[in-house]
Design a protein around this ligand. Sequence first.
Ligand SMILES: CCCCCCCCCCCCCCC/C=C/C(=O)SCCNC(=O)CCNC(=O)[C@H](O)C(C)(C)COP(=O)(O)OP(=O)(O)OC[C@H]1O[C@@H](n2cnc3c(N)ncnc32)[C@H](O)[C@@H]1OP(=O)(O)O
Ligand SMILES: Cc1cc2nc3c(=O)[nH]c(=O)nc-3n(C[C@H](O)[C@H](O)[C@H](O)COP(=O)(O)OP(=O)(O)OC[C@H]3O[C@@H](n4cnc5c(N)ncnc54)[C@H](O)[C@@H]3O)c2cc1C
Length: 642
Amino acid sequence: MTATFDTDRMAAVIYGSEKLASRRREISAAVSRIPELHDSRPLPFMDRLEKVTEMTRKLAALNKHLPDIIDPNDYEEGLHLYHEVMGMEGHPLALHEVMFIPGLIGQGSDEQYEKWLGRARRREIIGCYAQTELGHGSNLRSLETTASYDPSTREFIIHTPQITALKWWPGALGKSSNYAIVVANLIIRDRNLGPHPFMVQLRDEETHRPLQGITVGDIGPKMAFNGGDNGFLGFDNYRIPLGNLLNRHARVEEDGIYVKPPHAKVGHSAMIRVRSHMATGQAWLLAHSLIIAVRYSAVRRQGFLEDKTREVKILDYQTQQYRLFPSIARAYAFIFCGFETIRLYDQLILDVNKHGNTSGMADLHALTSGLKSVVTYQTGEGIEQARMACGGHGYSMASYISEIYGVAIGGCTYEGENMVMLLQLARYLVKSVELIKNGKSKELGPMVAYLAEPDTQEKTPLELKDYVKLFQMMSKRQSWKATERYLKLVEGGVSRDVAWNKTAVELTRASRLHTRLYIMETFIRRVSSIEDMNLRMVLRDLVNVHVNYELLDCGIYLHDVSLLDSIKNQLYSSLHSLRPNALSLLDSFQFSDIQLRSVLGRRDGHVYENLFEWAKSSPLNVSDVLPSVDRYLRPMMEKAKL
Ligand SMILES: CCCCCCCCCCCCCCC/C=C/C(=O)SCCNC(=O)CCNC(=O)[C@H](O)C(C)(C)COP(=O)(O)OP(=O)(O)OC[C@H]1O[C@@H](n2cnc3c(N)ncnc32)[C@H](O)[C@@H]1OP(=O)(O)O
Ligand SMILES: Cc1cc2nc3c(=O)[nH]c(=O)nc-3n(C[C@H](O)[C@H](O)[C@H](O)COP(=O)(O)OP(=O)(O)OC[C@H]3O[C@@H](n4cnc5c(N)ncnc54)[C@H](O)[C@@H]3O)c2cc1C
């Protein structure tokens, strides 16, 4: 089937500009010409140590070739080059670019930039972000690592009081990093001033051996990210200079006077940054799995429809389309709302760092808390459907989908466990409803203004604005329902914390609906702004799949469920309309075969030949008879014959 649009033009929409889309193609082509940058053999055949070694080898090779391939100051080009060469299984710089440098930029003073930023950017030093501990990840107020100020030497003494205080999980901490931003409780004269970020050297810059007073290592294999070295870290009264508290916002004077930051949570900026970027990151992961599944579904033939002389492509089955197409729509929706969220984050950082204006922090915190939770969960769902859509071959590592799944669902946990983050957004929604109840609707931010709208009669949606209206109504009702349930318990004498816990499931439902509404609205807004009519029409088909699917999926929140019948019919017809363009919508992401690392999803479509070659290359097939057969199996069978 031929598509009705040009994939290069769609790539420009996906990546935000024609220039970046074409630079991505050039970068992929450049990488394909440099064998040193390719995996030396398929990653799924490697054990953990081999993977870590392979990632480190490629990283060093990449560092060498990088200036010939990209403009080192261009973040987007760099990101693409990294994804192409390093893939998604982790590497020594994984946290350096994502949290260490941004953490330093967000929290460090100009003087501290002078000291560490250039060195970090040149990769003279490698850093990570060490916050989570063995005993606590979500509840930052209970972190146990301390940084006690000693005015006599103008030093902080960093200490791990017990095993639960060991830092645990930080990416690239175990074996690669020689520096870390360590989040520890600042203690001055026995007063605990809460978690603050400190720049800490962990290893000797010459020998790479841990410094005296530091215990550091790898935490072992994980569901994914096994090319990376997530680590543990302990401190035994380890001293660092006063100047190592990252002090753009909070300061300690030499005599121990504490100067507090303009907002209590301004030190969380590195986390907010990652959360703001997660919607686009997860969209790429979802798109990775979908292109594998859709390419395969366009090759695989199984069973018959009308024509009994030729089996049908499995992509023509309505169930296959229902399984895959709503996720294609979500991948696009996540990208568009992701870009919008990144813009909001960039604006906030400018406001905070340049003008000391922190007024936008609560809004962005609420938004990104909900967004990271909904997007990671739905991405996981979509990838798992993509795997099942490939039948048995999806289960093989040749598809690479299980690796993508493992990486993606890590996002449900890191940067704030999803339930915990949904409850953060819920605090914002409850406060908003309380404002309305107290006659202060004018104080509502634009994203929650709909919570004050009166209920109207539900009617079959005909235009996109009708879908938005219905979604707003469902979301509003759930926010009100959850808030009223919570307030009733409080009014009945239950403590706020217990009342909150007794309402928590309803609160998370409200957060999900609010976030899904935001995703839907940004998707519609972006598609409506596209000038190229050809592209806009295709994306409009995708939006149709999205709005109908989302509404059906949330149908239990409607009062009049009879509406669902017509929505179902609209969904089935929009799936059918999308079929000719489904593959090209994913080809528009322009992932190279090198980047995809999937035998099943290669561009050439020679699925069976490629699978057979892959199987033959299995290390188990190096000899016809394995030593384990000689050692155990044959003697066992011989014995049975006696
Ligand atoms: C193309 C190919 C693609 C390939 C892609 C490959 C992708 C792979 C990507 C890999 C990247 C991997 C990177 C992973 C890195 C992971 C790193 C980490 O996980 S770092 C550790 C992260 N940890 C967390 O996120 C911890 C979660 N917990 C918290 O954030 C907080 O504790 C909390 C938000 C749950 C609560 O905060 P707390 O400080 O305890 O606040 P209070 O309860 O006291 O609340 C008071 C008040 O403040 C508000 N609040 C909280 N945080 C913020 C904030 N940041 N900004 C503004 N306001 C905030 C909170 O809501 C309360 O408000 P109130 O008005 O009182 O209701
Ligand atoms: C792949 C990966 C990479 C990571 N990288 C880093 C890193 O680079 N640096 C770093 O510092 N950390 C990192 N982490 C750690 C990560 O940030 C934490 O695991 C995460 O914040 C969750 O904390 P936790 O593990 O303590 O879970 P817990 O908080 O113990 O969660 C366990 C369960 O308890 C529930 N729960 C907890 N609190 C509440 C509550 N208040 N209300 C309701 N339910 C609750 C949760 O919903 C969850 O179901 C990484 C983790 C992973 C998986």
